[in-house]
Design a protein around this ligand. Structure first.
Ligand code: SAH
Ligand code: SF4
Length: 359
């Protein structure tokens, strides 16, 4: 085992208890330490007013030059959208990698959009993160740290509101980093911690078929969102290279199997790209593809990137109308916070272009 310092945010409740026990601290102290870290979000545990046995353990073991630390990514930049409802944080991890975390507040509900990887291996042609390539998976603690970061920000701006929802729709492909993402969400939904209801957590995937099936087998309590973007193979593969490995037929089969095993609905994400996947024929084919499945389609026009542009609202509404008339529940979402470069990975891409401090 390496002697590198370890993040306490990598641990779940049971592991924290075992750690304390291995140092001779009684297990019944676990809850107080867990709450200090995961509910109150202390970054300096000496300020948490804990009982002497914990204080002693912390003084000896947590902090610079000690075996354990609490992850606290440095905030490189915070950008607010014009309407003030979206805040985007550019966070620098301990190895210098920079990721994006977003806090959105609409209809009185606050949602955090988290990153699961630095970069992404899936290479979707319209996605700024995909165009950066894959750098590395995030650790559990680096995912949990994003939640605590936005909760601290929220506590300052809206002291009486709490974070209610999480979406894994930031940088990276969550099902490519399956174990870390699932453990981080188990920690996020712990009632003595951030206490986000499991059905308020949505994991968005570009379609990693084996791990969609695994989510079903393991009966994970989270919502599944699948980024579809094409209703026939050529259309999808031209936008989403991962479709060459897990093609549309395999993906739809996996989704049907997910629905029947879990009894849950699947959310399909559809990024409308001008001239690529926004025709009425595509909409009719999509409706046929999803017939009989418990699904909901979220349509959202692309945030322009890489020479691609979003579909105009009238055509987007027409697309929605076709789906609705075919009996497919569907929502046409406005682009949120486009002025803060809110598309996945777009802020970091912009910083890299301008050579401002990023990774
Ligand atoms: N890798 C996962 C989750 C992160 S991307 C996935 O692909 O689902 C989250 C969502 O943002 C996906 O639906 C993706 O297609 C979409 N997206 C990426 N770039 C975008 C852009 N420029 N404008 C709008 N949506 C975008
Ligand atoms: Fe990766 Fe999702 Fe971007 Fe595709 S859309 S490159 S899967 S982050």
């Amino acid at each position: 085992m390496s002697n590198l310092p370890k993040s306490l945010l990598d641990l779940d409740y049971a592991e924290l208890g075992q750690l304390l026990f291995s140092y001779g601290v009684k297990k019944h102290h676990t809850k107080a330490l867990w709450r200090a870290i995961q509910f109150f979000g202390y970054t300096d545990l000496s300020e948490a007013g804990l009982l002497p046995p914990l204080q002693k353990w912390i003084a000896e073991n947590v902090g610079p030059e000690k075996p354990y630390f609490i992850e606290q990514p440095e905030q490189v930049e915070e950008i607010h959208s014009g309407d003030g409802m979206t805040r985007k944080y550019l966070l620098r991890l301990s190895d210098g990698q920079v990721i994006e975390t977003v806090l959105m507040g609409y209809d009185g509900r606050f949602t955090a959009c988290l990153s699961s990887q630095a970069g992404c291996a899936m290479g979707c042609v319209f996605c700024a993160t995909g165009q950066m390539g894959f750098v590395r998976h995030l650790r559990v603690g680096e995912i949990v740290a994003q939640i605590l970061h936005v909760r601290r920000a929220l506590a300052k701006s809206h002291p009486h509101r709490r974070l209610r929802n999480i979406v894994l729709m930031g940088m990276g492909e969550p099902l490519h980093n399956y174990d870390a993402v699932m453990k981080a969400m188990d920690i996020a939904s712990d009632r003595a911690g951030s206490c986000i209801g499991p059905s308020h957590i949505a994991i968005s995937t570009v379609g990693l078929v084996p791990n969609i099936l695994r989510m079903a087998e393991e009966n994970r309590p989270y919502r599944l969102a699948v980024s579809l973007h094409g209703s026939k193979e050529e259309e999808r593969a031209a936008l989403v290279p991962a479709s060459k490995k897990w093609n549309l037929e395999m993906l739809i089969d996996a989704c049907r199997s997910y629905c029947s095993t879990t009894g849950k609905r699947i959310f399909f994400e559809w990024t409308l790209i001008d001239g690529k996947n926004d025709s009425p024929e595509t909409a009719h084919r999509l409706a046929a593809l999803l017939q009989g499945m418990d699904s909901h389609v979220n349509i959202i026009p692309l945030n322009p990137t890489n020479g691609f542009s979003g579909t105009a609202s009238e055509s987007g509404l027409e697309f929605q109308k076709i789906l609705r008339e075919s009996g497919i529940p569907c929502t046409f979402r406005q682009r949120r916070g486009i002025d803060v470069a809110a598309g996945c990975g777009m802020l970091k891409a912009e910083r890299l272009r301008k050579q401002l401090p990023a990774s």
